[in-house]
Design a protein around this ligand. Structure first.
Ligand SMILES: [Zn+2]
Length: 183
C-alpha cells in the first residue's frame, strides 16, 4: 500500500517537471526569435513562476546574460532576497560553470535540465560543479526531462543557421561572379 502511494507521488512530480520544462522551451523560442541560441529557463517556487529567462548574450552584449542568470535575477527581485531557498530552476540545456555557480550562490533547492551539454555542461557532462563534495550548498539535480525535445530545438536552430550562412555565401558568389551555370 505504501509503495503504491510513493509511485503516485513520483508520477505527479514527473508530470510537473515536464509541464515546467515545456514552459522553459517556450521561453527558449523568444531567444531564437532574437537570433540567440535557444535556451530558456523558468524559476518556480511553491508551484508559481518567480523568474523567467532566455539567452540574451548577443543582444545585450553581455556574456552573463544566460537564461538561468536572467531567471535568477528576476526571482531575487520578486522575493526580495538574493537567496532563493526551496526554488527549482528548469532549464532546457545543462547549465554552464557560471550558471552552476550562480545556482549555488542563490541556494536554490533543485535544478532540472533537458539536454545534456558535452562541451560546457557543469552538472556532470564536462565538469560537475554542483555535486562537488566540498561545495557549501548542494543543489539537487534532475536531468533528461524532455531531453530529446530540448536537444532537437537546439539542433534545429543550428541547422537553420548553417543553411542561412550557406544561402548568404551563395548569394555573395552570385553577386560577384554571376549566376552559376545550370546543371
Ligand atoms: Zn550558463
Amino acid at each position: 500500500m505504501i509503495e503504491v502511494e510513493v509511485a503516485e507521488v513520483e508520477l505527479a512530480e514527473v508530470k510537473d517537471d515536464e509541464f515546467w520544462m515545456h514552459h522553459a522551451m517556450n521561453l527558449a523560442l523568444k531567444a531564437q526569435d532574437e537570433g540567440e541560441v535557444p535556451v530558456g529557463a523558468v524559476l518556480v517556487l511553491d508551484n508559481q513562476v518567480i523568474g523567467e529567462g532566455w539567452n540574451r548574450s548577443i543582444g545585450r552584449h553581455d556574456p552573463t546574460a544566460h537564461a538561468e542568470i536572467m531567471a535568477l535575477r528576476q526571482g531575487g527581485k520578486v522575493v526580495q532576497n538574493y537567496r532563493l531557498i526551496d526554488a527549482t530552476l528548469y532549464v532546457t540545456l545543462e547549465p554552464c560553470v557560471m550558471c552552476a555557480g550562480a545556482m549555488i550562490h542563490s541556494r536554490i533547492r533543485r535544478v532540472v535540465y533537458g539536454a545534456a551539454d558535452a562541451k560546457t555542461g557543469a552538472a556532470g557532462s564536462l565538469i560537475d560543479v554542483l555535486r562537488h563534495p566540498g561545495m557549501n550548498h548542494q543543489v539537487e539535480i534532475t536531468s533528461g526531462i524532455m531531453a530529446d525535445a530540448c536537444s532537437e530545438q537546439l539542433s534545429a536552430f543550428f541547422r537553420y543557421r548553417r543553411s542561412q550562412k550557406k544561402a548568404l555565401r551563395l548569394a555573395q558568389r552570385v553577386a560577384e561572379n554571376g549566376a552559376p551555370p545550370e546543371e
